[in-house]
Design a protein around this ligand. Structure first.
Ligand SMILES: O=C(/C=C/c1ccc(O)c(O)c1)N[C@@H](Cc1ccc(O)cc1)C(=O)NCCCOc1c(-c2ccc(O)c(O)c2)oc2cc(O)cc(O)c2c1=O
Ligand SMILES: [Ca+2]
Length: 495
């Protein structure tokens, strides 16, 4: 269903490839205190351990299941349970990345799983579940190769192999039962919901049959009768046979156009003044159904949905501006990406290193993030969620929750500002000249700390302060020389 089952806040963070003990600590040390609603974790089920020439332990190996055993490089079943308990105890929910469309692709005999299970991809035999050839869609796929060949044909997009991955038949009671048992086990441990990977490649009706049969959430952490939060990954930029709209009956759906449009706008291919009606008027799905984000683990690598328009940590000024807009704007349920660093190696318009997995030691164990005195991360972890301009806007979103957007202002090009009820005010300058205006902030008179250039700490502002008059107006300045082209004040940043 559509409600994240979280009272702590209005934004989640995708801690991509983090280990379970590190997530537990992050919930206690940072995410709970900062008002994050929850964490999207990487797939916790057993997957193929990939060593393919120079490609060793790529991030996408975790999207080739071998079984539903909870044994991965992020940790084992006990570590997973401990993480869910510790995060729930500080109000941070756990949303699990579920890979239920397929099992692995073709691998040589003897290739191992992250939990030690064997499997035979050619025979479609996965004894760790167990699944056999009866459980796959080959009989329902009518393309020559057995793979998806034409995204204009809805049947083959669902019933044929996605890039050679053995395609499960979610239409049988047996497969539905195995997936149900896997999700119910996670529900038993206290998770709040699921991110459904590759939803485009499954029939919405089959998915609904599975989701409707799931247990209610664990009453140790949720009120009786709570249903799992569902958000379905459907990569839909238009132009294909399948649209995200087909899935809104099951829960929320990822809106990939959101990040593409904002990438175009902040890169200057469009003007910010047109964001005045950003949302359904742009053809995007109803905000109550949308899960939105600036980038995700796939399209931040330059070849996914949205292509080279997608903003990432590598273009940090635009990235912070776009995240500030997303977290300030009332459309959709927001997800912040948290990445690790990898060296890109561009050849013929493609990053040859786009497979590189998380920071790892010589034994291919994932290295934990380190934390600097200023709260940022080291050891190859970017931790965008720990950037002040982003985590302060998570609080802005929480403070503004329940209000709409009002008092829009723009300068006819790339300087914009708007209010959220009488709770918050955001201004952005993406023009090549200074923004110096007296604007309506909709806030009660007083002095407010700008939460982008600094924070409110004790009784003072570490960054800019803004004085709001009795008429709600204030002098707003964002020069082109500043680190960030954004100014944000809200009810909780008032001195
Ligand atoms: O780049 C990747 C992995 C991408 C990927 C992984 C997980 C995701 O959630 C995702 O959105 C993308 N994988 C690399 C390497 C690879 C992996 C497996 C394989 O059999 C062949 C190659 C790659 O080059 N993939 C081909 C292009 C990306 O095509 C994939 C898509 C995908 C891309 C665009 C779409 O419009 C769409 O509907 C689906 O979803 C996946 C989902 C998975 O669960 C596992 C996958 O391997 C993939 C996946 O390969
Ligand atoms: Ca399928």
């Amino acid at each position: 269903q559509w409600d994240p089952n979280s009272s702590n806040g209005q934004a989640i963070v995708h801690l991509f490839e983090w280990k379970w003990p590190d997530i537990a600590a992050e919930c206690e040390n940072f995410l709970g205190p900062r008002g994050f609603a929850g964490v999207q974790v990487s797939p916790p089920n057993e997957y193929v351990e990939v060593y393919q020439g120079e490609v060793k332990r790529p991030w996408w190996e975790r999207y080739q299941p071998v079984s539903y055993k909870l044994v991965t490089r992020s940790g084992d079943e006990n570590a997973f349970k401990d993480m869910v308990t510790r995060c729930n105890n500080v109000g941070v929910k756990i949303y699990v990345d579920i890979v239920m469309n397929h099992m692995s692709g073709g691998w040589p005999q003897g290739t191992g799983g992250s939990g030690g299970s064997s499997f035979d991809s050619g025979a479609q035999s996965y004894p760790g579940v167990p699944y056999s050839a009866f459980d796959f869609n080959d009989g329902n796929c009518h393309t020559g190769s057995g793979n998806i060949e034409n995204y204009g044909d809805a049947n083959q997009v669902r019933n044929c192999k996605l890039v050679g991955l053995n395609d499960l038949n979610q239409g049988t009671d047996y497969v539905r039962g195995k997936i149900r048992d896997y999700l119910n086990t996670l529900i038993g441990y206290g998770v709040a919901g699921f991110r459904i990977d590759a939803s485009k490649h499954m029939w919405p009706g089959d998915m609904k049959a599975i989701f409707d049969s799931l247990n209610n959430l664990n009453t140790d952490f949720f009120k009786a009768g709570s249903r799992p939060f569902i958000f379905q990954e459907v990569i839909d930029l238009g132009g294909e046979a399948i649209s995200g709209q087909e899935y809104v009956g099951n829960g929320r759906v990822t809106e990939f156009r959101y990040g593409k449009y904002l990438g175009e706008a902040f890169r200057g291919n469009n003007q910010l003044q047109y964001l005045k009606n950003f949302g359904e008027d742009w053809g995007m799905m109803d905000r109550a159904n949308a899960l939105v984000f600036i980038d995700n683990h796939d399209n931040q690598r330059g070849h996914g949905a949205g292509g080279d328009m997608i903003l990432t940590f590598r273009v940090s000024k635009w990235y912070k501006m776009a995240n500030a807009f997303m977290l300030g704007w009332p459309y959709g349920y927001t997800r912040v990406m948290s990445s690790y660093y990898w060296d890109q190696w561009w050849e013929n318009g493609q990053d040859k290193n786009d497979w590189i997995g998380p920071p790892q030691d010589d034994s291919f164990n994932i290295i934990s993030p380190s934390f600097n005195a200023d709260g940022t991360c080291g050891n190859g972890w970017i931790c965008e969620h720990r950037w002040r301009q982003i985590y302060n806007m998570v609080e802005f979103r929480n403070v503004a929750h329940g209000t709409d957007m009002n008092d829009w202002w723009d300068n006819g090009s790339n300087q914009i500002a708007f209010c959220r009820g009488d709770k918050g005010f955001l201004a952005i300058n993406n023009d090549g000249w200074d923004l110096k205006e007296t604007l309506q902030t909709c806030l009660p008179a007083g002095t407010y700390c700008d939460v982008i250039s600094g924070s409110k700490e004790g009784g003072s502002c570490t960054g800019k302060s803004v004085t709001v008059g009795g008429d709600g107006k204030a002098y707003i300045e964002i020069t082109t020389m500043e680190d960030d082209g954004v100014l944000a004040i809200h009810a909780n940043s008032k001195l």
